[in-house]
Design a binder for this molecule. Structure first.
Ligand code: 3HC
Length: 694
């Protein structure tokens, strides 16, 4: 046995306890320890049965992700642990609590019974890090609960709460004293000699056509991510192939995914998310946050209402301030609409619906915020209006109340200037819809107190947002990079691509929706502003058609007719022939023939422009590490997580290729696209962005 696993005794029951904080990840040492403990259990004549459980806060949350890049050679696998359980001459009951995930649930499935605490959950989240369950999960779960339920759980990676796990048959019993229950059950099983092995069960009869249809839908929905399709194929083997053969195939698929680029990218994002939630270098890690008990939101438009919902969802009270009774009614309606929909969809109980609404008060005077610990403003995007509000707030709220702005571009230093005690002013940039989007950019002005930053991180955790800390600049991290992304897609039109070709190139690359399809939803005239703002002097020789000539015409056409780039027919999207006709007209007027632009060129240029701007952001100290930029783009802008974010994706392409593309773009487009000194330096020294992650 290793230090990480011990065998405790409860009379004739051996309790195997894994003690590997923080989440009892199954490292090679833990796997060896469990195998050794099972051997001791088997050989000790005074022990009749076993229990498998954990110390600290959770049952095993999965295999140890940190070992995936370099697995220790010759180490026992999680499959070896499951095999030892299958071969155990004595029954073993798993006592689950916290989150029994991945390899954790897989070893529990190889036990002879499972009990769980009422607030526990189980799941096989491997697809979220680009893998499939690699220790029998795709074979044992379908045998236990049927292939369709298993398919849903495995390909969604969702956490299944204890009550549902019991209903489905994943666990046998729920109880607060999970360890006591497991000991009693193990003792009873030893007495009856009952030792069911999940591997011996037949997969319950099912409608095969329904399964195949569901598996197809999962592949389509994955948008380029390979793991969900591989996982579905592995579950299908439970229906077609004997257990041991299917386990071998599952294992081979797991290792192929583990060493492939998508899982590496998703593991990078997993680690990056956790790094982004920590205090940055230079601030003591034990800095204590200020206490937040009461909050205020100013402005009840889409953003303000969404922010109030996030806060109320977390259990904190919030007072929403609007300018008039009529505006209060508007905000109240927006909030009620969201909660009513959740009630109707069965996502909220009647009681919870009432609780959440009751946590939100409304007022028409900022004086109502006199006692608030935190105030977030979400009024119009206008510096003078925000400064005026901060001045008024400063006169009303306590001197230690945190004052936050939800601005997406403005200079927060200028808001700190107008208040008493500027150390408590910061940006909390939510993304629309605020109650849905996970990203929260925490914008850190120079004077912000360390405890203020710690408070923002603690708040993000409480309201279940993914925080990223950014310095003050125009657009912070996310919008600054996104502007460059959009600019390149507009340039692709100038170069001769049609809007639907640009969308298709980026959707093929993994984006949920191309930029012009998104623009279609918000109006044709939007999106054009970046081009004017960021790169005013494009080399005319590089252009096919000056974009202004026809994009504005299209904008006018769109505004006039309400039409967009696309026509929508039978759920399909088709380019509006008016668009192509206008482009052809503009070309004919100049006597030029349109040159198609390859999808690869569009994809490379968009990525290179983002990576270059990201390098500038790093050079200026706006982001602490490349991985923070990756988290921002993945959680706020629909960047495909399986590409690992723009900085990771740029590393994957190779920074030399990225720099060469940036130099070409700069030659064509001028100011704004200068190669970033940091990018040049990394290329010159043969390093990559990953080398800067800490
Ligand atoms: N391996 C190694 N470290 C892990 C880990 C894992 N599987 N899961 C979590 N950790 C670490 C985190 O990196 C973090 O470390 P840090 O404190 O140094 O930053 C620490 O544990 C705490 O994690 P969180 O900050 O995420 O804590 P939360 O309480 O918010 O969440 C959790 C806990 C729900 C367990 C969440 O961490 C999680 O979802 N973990 C990943 C679970 C997972 O993907 N399991 C499958 C692994 S693959 C597998 O099992 C293969 C098998 O099929 C063979």
């Amino acid at each position: 046995m290793t230090d990480l696993v011990r065998l405790e005794r409860n009379e004739d029951i051996g309790v195997i306890v894994i003690d590997h904080p923080p989440v009892n990840a199954l490292s090679s040492a833990v796997r060896q320890g469990v195998i050794d403990a099972l051997e001791t259990l088997a050989n000790d004549l005074t022990l009749k049965a076993g229990v498998l459980t954990c110390a600290t806060r959770t049952f095993v949350a999965g295999a140890d992700i940190r070992e995936f890049d370099n697995p220790p050679p010759g180490a026992k696998t999680t499959n070896d642990v499951c095999r030892a359980l299958d071969q155990s001459p004595k029954p073993v009951v798993a006592a689950l609590f916290g989150t029994a995930l991945g390899g954790g649930l897989e070893i529990a499935l190889a036990c002879h019974a499972r009990v769980i605490s009422p607030d526990g959950a189980v799941g096989l989240p491997e697809v979220k890090i680009g893998l499939l369950p690699g220790a029998g999960g795709t074979q044992r779960l379908p045998r236990l609960i049927g292939a369709l339920h298993a398919l849903d759980i495995i390909t969604s990676g969702r956490h299944v709460p204890a009550a549902e796990a019991l209903k489905l048959g994943i666990v046998d019993e729920i109880g607060t004293d999970h360890r006591g229950l497991a000991i009693n059950r193990a003792r009873a099983m030893a007495q009856t000699g009952e030792m069911p092995r999940v591997r011996d069960l037949a997969v319950p009869e099912m409608d095969r056509a329904a399964f195949d249809k569901a598996a197809d839908a999962i592949r389509k929905k994955a948008r380029g991510a390979v793991a969900p399709g591989e996982a579905a194929a592995s579950v299908a083997r439970a229906l077609d192939v004997p257990f041991d053969d299917a386990i071998l195939a599952e294992s081979a698929a797991f290792h192929a995914l583990r060493t492939g680029p998508q899982s590496k990218a998703l593991r990078h994002i997993f680690m990056a998310e956790r790094a982004a939630g920590k205090l940055p270098p230079g601030i003591a890690a034990d800095t204590q946050p200020w206490t937040i008990r009461s909050t205020g939101v100013i402005g009840g438009g889409t953003m303000g209402a969404g922010i109030a919902i996030c806060i109320a969802d977390s259990g904190l009270p919030v007072t929403l301030v609007e300018v008039s009774d009529a505006a209060v009614e508007g905000a109240r309606g927006r909030i009620a609409a969201v909660y009513d929909r959740q009630l109707k969809q069965g996502r909220l109980s009647e009681a919870e619906h009432a609780h959440r609404l009751s946590r939100i008060d409304f007022a028409t005077d900022v004086k109502a915020l006199a006692d608030a610990d935190l105030v977030i403003e979400a009024i119009i995007e206008n510096l003078e209006a925000k400064q005026d509000l901060f001045r008024r707030l400063s006169a009303v709220v306590r001197r230690d109340a945190v004052l936050a702005s939800n601005t997406s571009y403005l200079n927060i230093e200028l808001l700190a200037d107008v208040v008493d005690n500027p150390e408590r002013v910061l940006g909390l940039h939510f993304f629309s819809p605020a109650h849905v989007m996970r990203l929260l950019e925490i914008v850190r002005p120079k004077r912000l107190a360390a405890a203020g930053l710690a408070t923002a991180l603690a708040l993000a955790k409480r309201i279940r947002k993914q925080p990223v800390i950014a310095g003050v600049c125009d657009g912070f991290i996310g919008n600054r990079l996104f502007a460059h992304w959009r600019l390149q897609t507009d340039f692709a039109l100038e170069d001769g691509a049609l809007p639907h070709e640009v969308d298709a190139a980026l959707e093929a690359w993994g984006l949920a929706m191309g930029p012009f399809a998104v623009g279609d939803l918000s109006g044709l005239d939007i999106g054009w502003s970046n081009r004017k703002r960021l790169a005013p002097t494009r080399n005319p020789a590089a252009r096919y058609v000056p974009i202004a000539d026809w994009i504005c015409e299209l904008g006018r056409y769109g505004q006039k007719t309400g039409a967009g780039w696309y026509l929508h027919k039978d759920g399909k999207r088709e380019i509006d022939p008016v668009v192509t006709a206008l482009v052809e007209k503009a070309s004919a007027a100049r006597g030029i023939t349109r040159k198609p632009v390859s999808a690869e060129r569009i994809q490379l240029r968009v990525l290179a422009a983002m990576a270059n701007e990201g390098a500038k952001i790093l050079g200026e100290g706006i982001a602490s590490r490349p991985s923070d930029i990756d988290v921002t783009l993945v959680h706020g802008y629909g960047f495909p997580a399986w590409r690992g974010g723009p900085m990771h994706a740029a590393d994957a392409v190779g920074l030399e290729t990225i720099l060469a593309a940036v130099r070409d773009m700069y030659a064509e487009s001028g100011p704004g696209l200068e190669p970033a000194p940091l990018l040049e330096q990394l290329v010159a020294t043969g390093q990559n962005f990953a080398s800067l992650n800490r």
